[in-house]
Ligand binder design. Structure first.
Ligand code: ADP
Ligand code: ASP
Ligand code: MG
Length: 381
């Protein structure tokens, strides 16, 4: 295991100049961080999708106003953080690339997943350009390299859900990343994006920057992968919905994977696969309060399988509610509690794994189900 840390900053952690400064402080205050993985600024990936859709509809007015919003947003940040002149030049090239792809879609009234991936990539390329320049200004003693993640994260050609090619990633990391793993260097790169063997830009799936960070962590055998977001860790349920959700200090890889796969948006579901392969701890914390603690995910699994969290997946006519950290013994009493509240017939057993049990609740909306399930969890804990 190397002594180096990979730190990933999500969209809300780079949403404006102040957020970028906070994230840059995290890097300054942690001398082991060698790879900084950056998401697109908040909502930018959605806006790029709207650009493609407006162009496809032939809605030129909306297309132009969306492109202008993106230009304004990134220019404003560049001004806020006193970016170097070359950043403005590079940003202009990236804006031209958005316009070029927008015009191509407008002309054909259609776009392919492959084209969308190239368009998506511009979000991360803009934000990482800004952050790399900021870190360079703030850490004058360091050599800061803006690495194009596509030169390392080699993937299949399944556009928008590309599969990383682990051996090739390691091979390219050896060439492009390893030489920077020393105390005077920092690499800033993009999450979410990669390149296939044909040289086309790919993406790992929406919210995939967490996965990129884990892949970089695996390649350099990092000592820890940090995921900096807008909440101080993984909670017993989505804190935006369940106001009394409790943050969980430790989870196992399997529990965190189950939680993410069964609806908790805090981590991209496959994030824990590379880190589990190399036994690298994953820390999830808030860039708003970097000293405020967070959740550490490791291989350690509690013997007693405490109930730790609930999550929800909304389907068309039903919700799947899952209890994580659950033991088979608990399933019976959970189902009784759910039936007591939702009635006998709408509650159907759905699935059981070594760390979760899931039920279908037919005809229910997710928020009330999640609130009730969390209430049951707190009672049982
Ligand atoms: P980022 O942009 O940093 O990737 P995300 O929005 O993808 O951030 O993930 C953070 C969000 O995940 C939180 O704001 C929170 O609303 C949501 N979330 C859902 N379930 C959970 C959970 N169990 N614990 C913590 N956060 C959760
Ligand atoms: N920017 C991408 C998205 O919004 C990837 C990420 O932020 O994780 O989906
Ligand atoms: Mg995310």
């Amino acid at each position: 295991m190397s002594k180096w840390t990979v730190a990933k900053f999500g969209g809300s952690s780079v949403k404006d100049g102040a957020a970028m400064l906070r994230s840059s402080n995290v890097v300054e205050n942690n001398p082991d961080i060698r790879i900084v993985v950056i998401s697109a600024t908040q909502n930018t990936t959605n806006q790029l999708e709207f650009v493609a859709r407006a162009a496809q509809r032939g809605d030129e007015a909306t297309l132009h106003s969306l492109v202008n919003e993106l230009v304004q947003k990134h220019n404003n940040i560049a001004n806020e953080i006193f970016s170097s002149p070359n950043v403005f030049t590079e940003l202009n090239f990236l804006y031209d690339e958005i316009k070029f792809i927008g015009d191509a879609i407008l002309k054909d009234r259609s776009y392919s997943p492959k084209m969308m991936d190239l368009l998506y990539s511009i979000g991360e390329r803009m934000s990482s350009l800004l952050v790399s320049d900021l870190i360079r200004l703030r850490m004058p003693g360091m050599k800061v390299t803006l690495l194009d993640a596509r030169d390392v994260i080699k993937t299949s050609s399944d556009y928008q859900k590309a599969e990383p090619q682990i051996d090739l990633i390691l091979e390219h990391a050896k060439e492009l990343v390893f030489p920077h793993l020393n105390k005077d260097s920092i690499i800033v790169t993009q999450g979410f994006i990669g390149k296939d063997l044909l040289g086309n830009t790919t993406t790992l799936g929406r919210e995939g920057s967490d996965y990129s960070a884990a892949l970089f962590g695996e390649a350099i055998d990092a000592s820890v992968v940090q995921i900096w977001t807008d909440v101080p860790g993984i909670a017993s349920s989505d804190p935006r919905v369940v106001t009394d959700a409790k943050f969980i200090p430790t989870l196992s890889y399997d529990e965190a994977t189950a939680l993410a796969s069964l609806g908790a948006k805090v981590l991209f579901p496959t994030t824990l696969l590379p880190t589990k392969r190399k036994n690298i701890p994953v820390f999830v914390g808030s860039s708003l309060d970097p000293k405020g603690g967070g959740t550490t995910v490791t291989k350690e699994q509690d013997e007693d399988f405490k109930l730790k969290a609930v999550s929800i997946l909304q389907k068309k006519d039903y919700a799947i509610v899952s209890f994580i950290g659950c033991h088979l013994d608990r399933a019976e009493s959970l189902v009784e509690d759910l039936k007591l509240y939702f009635g006998e017939s709408p509650v159907v057993f759905y699935d059981l794994t070594s760390v979760s049990v899931s039920f279908k609740i037919i005809g229910s909306e997710n928020t009330p189900v999640l609130l009730k399930a969390h209430e049951i969890l707190v009672k049982k804990y």
